[in-house]
Design a protein around this ligand. Structure first.
Ligand SMILES: [Zn+2]
Ligand SMILES: [Zn+2]
Length: 146
């Protein structure tokens, strides 16, 4: 699915960290247990293309939540900023998956996928399921060839 990129600005709640990024407008929700612990609910996020330019980067703290990604947040106000996949061949800076809520103008985002739907706890759901791609853990692992 080809999508044109959108240029956005965003940042944390206190404003000490801001960024500029090129995003693929398709936003997603992850229902996995780690994302729910980290974000307090399903993690709503959007993929950045290329590197992201941060101001106030010295305020960013990281938590390595797995062997292949770390999660960045503002050390002052606690806002979650991104999920950062480790660098790999062809993507030397790694891929940034930005929290949708940190984007300043969210009117440009389109909710088009959900992942780990088989891990969703059952007490919430989003409307209009049929308008999105919905993937289980197995779907996702198959997609990444794991
Ligand atoms: Zn902050
Ligand atoms: Zn997740």
């Amino acid at each position: 699915m080809e999508q044109s990129l959108i240029e956005v600005e965003g940042g944390c709640l206190c404003g000490k960290v801001t960024y500029q990024a090129s995003l693929k407008p398709g936003a997603g929700a992850c229902h996995c247990g780690m994302c729910r612990k980290w974000s307090g609910g399903p993690l709503m996020s959007v993929h950045a293309e290329g590197s992201v330019e941060f101001k106030g980067a010295e305020q960013i703290k990281h938590y390595a939540s797995s062997e292949w990604a770390r999660r960045g947040f503002c050390n002052y106000c606690g806002s979650n900023l991104y999920y950062h996949l480790l660098p790999r061949p062809g993507l030397p800076d790694g891929e940034y998956i930005i929290t949708a809520g940190s984007v300043n103008d969210q009117s440009v985002l389109k909710f088009d996928h959900e992942v780990y739907v088989d891990h969703a706890p059952g007490w919430y759901s989003f409307a209009n399921e049929s308008q999105r791609k919905r993937m289980t853990e197995a779907d996702l692992l198959a997609m990444y060839g794991a």
